[in-house]
Design a protein. Structure first.
Length: 446
């Protein structure tokens, strides 16, 4: 996880937070005298009459008893935080690795009426923010580990920058198997990433990719110049005509300085640049030009995240995704979200999932994908980010393209670098693909 985190930072992402791994002890009643719970090697004993700092008092209620346990953990182990939440007979104690990051600890218990959700702490890790695109979009990426996995795995969760909006912007998640002695590689820039683990002759490799797409012009949200008072409600001023009518909804995102402004609102139009957020309660402090607003056909939040743990079929040198791009890693979790409608996919097969389309190849459904030429260069095209509306042979909805990336209709070795083309440096992601090479700007490889 540390190596992945550092690679993202090198590629232009920023560290948002380092949450600590944790376990949860749930209870439905009182423990008995001398029963124990062990956290991070320290044993805490339930006692009717405590005599040691590692004892906790059996009180009249379970809630008060486990308040005593949480207090004992906090006083005896500086590496852990403990919080009890409950009422009367039921509740839970959450014990967290205080320093955050990759730290882990073990836990066990012999308590009546109590259970642990894990014997080794899980989650934790790092939360990182992508660069904000010129269109105002960004994503948060959580790199973490689940201790109950049957294999050692790093998991990556893509989600909203505003985690309180998870009900609107459901997260997507993929796992990356990690094996000793195997090389983990990443190509990334501030807006997207490709991570893969090479296979062996006996063990499958895996690949995951994701990021924030470049949004085609018809879907670009409007920048919010200001948010002012209009009769006690917010009046929003957009930098360009908003194109909305009264009773339609706008979805606001990344608004800074005012709590609660982000989200979906029914609007009343003032003029072509301004509208009022119906039933909002005005408060001062909006940071000018910080937010973006999406109408019904625009996109205010969008990410894509796709993973596949069977991506090389026992290939000893690479994942097949790098040589056969029609194997797009469409297994396990995938995710995409558009404005307030929160269209998303969380698939375990190749249906309904976001994907990359390279418009010069035949995919596994054997149909030709439309060619999009890139500017004056006839053999350079866009790597398009699409969302499957039905099945793999059905119409695809094209959201946009990768940022700072292009597809070249030539076969090229993996990791070849080009310097100063179109004012950028580039690295090729594909490895001698029969069909193409996929180039990302300002990439890094570890």
């Amino acid at each position: 996880m540390d190596e992945l985190k550092d690679a993202y930072l090198d590629a232009g992402w920023t560290l948002d937070s380092s949450p600590g791994s944790y376990v949860v002890l749930s209870y439905t009643g009182l423990p008995a005298d001398t029963q124990t719970a062990v956290f991070n090697g320290t044993t805490y004993t339930a006692k009717n009459s405590p005599t040691l700092p590692t004892h906790f008092q059996i009180e009249a209620t379970a809630k008060d008893t486990y308040d005593s346990l949480a207090a004992a953990i906090e006083s005896q182990d500086a590496a852990l935080d403990a919080v009890n939440t409950g009422t009367g007979a039921t509740g839970s104690v959450t014990v967290t690795w205080a320093a955050g990051g990759t730290g882990l600890f073990t836990a066990s218990e012999t308590l009546n009426n109590a259970t642990l959700d894990a014997t080794t702490s899980r989650y934790g890790g790092y939360k990182l923010l992508s660069g904000m695109t010129p269109q105002g979009l960004r994503m948060k990426l959580w790199i973490w580990r689940l201790s109950t996995d049957t294999y050692t795995a790093v998991r990556v969760r893509g989600m909203s920058v505003d985690e309180s909006a998870q009900g609107v912007f459901t997260y997507g998640e993929v796992g990356l198997n990690v094996y000793a002695g195997r090389l983990l590689e990443i190509v990334a820039n501030p807006y997207q990433f490709f991570v893969w683990l090479k296979g062996s002759t006996t063990t499958l490799g895996c690949v995951m990719y994701g990021g924030v797409p470049y949004i085609r012009p018809a879907h670009i949200p409007k920048q919010i110049v200001d948010a002012v008072d209009n009769g006690g409600e917010f009046e929003i001023e957009c930098a360009v005509p908003h194109g909305l009518v009264t009773t339609q909804h706008a979805f606001l995102d990344n608004c800074q300085g005012v709590t609660g402004l982000n989200g979906a609102w029914q609007i009343t139009v003032v003029d072509q640049y301004k509208y009022v957020l119906d039933d909002s309660s005005y408060s001062a402090g909006y940071v000018e030009n910080s937010g973006f607003a999406a109408g019904p056909n625009e996109i205010s939040r969008a990410i894509f995240l796709v993973g596949q743990s069977y991506a090389n079929n026992g290939n000893a040198t690479n994942t097949c995704w790098r040589t056969m791009p029609y194997s797009r890693g469409s297994y396990h979790s995938a995710f995409l979200c558009f404005n307030q409608y929160a269209y998303s996919a969380d698939a375990t097969d190749d249906r309904w999932s976001p994907n990359l389309q390279f418009p010069i190849i035949y995919d596994d459904a054997n149909y030709k994908i439309q060619v999009d030429n890139f500017g004056p260069y006839a053999d350079i095209i866009e790597a398009r980010v699409c969302w499957r509306l039905a099945s793999k042979s059905a119409t695809h909805f094209t959201v946009g393209e990768l940022w700072d990336a292009f597809v070249l209709t030539d076969t090229v070795n993996a990791d070849v670098e080009k310097i100063n083309f179109d004012s950028y440096n580039w690295i090729n992601f594909m490895d001698n693909s029969t069909y193409m090479s996929l180039w990302l700007a300002t990439g890094v490889v570890i």
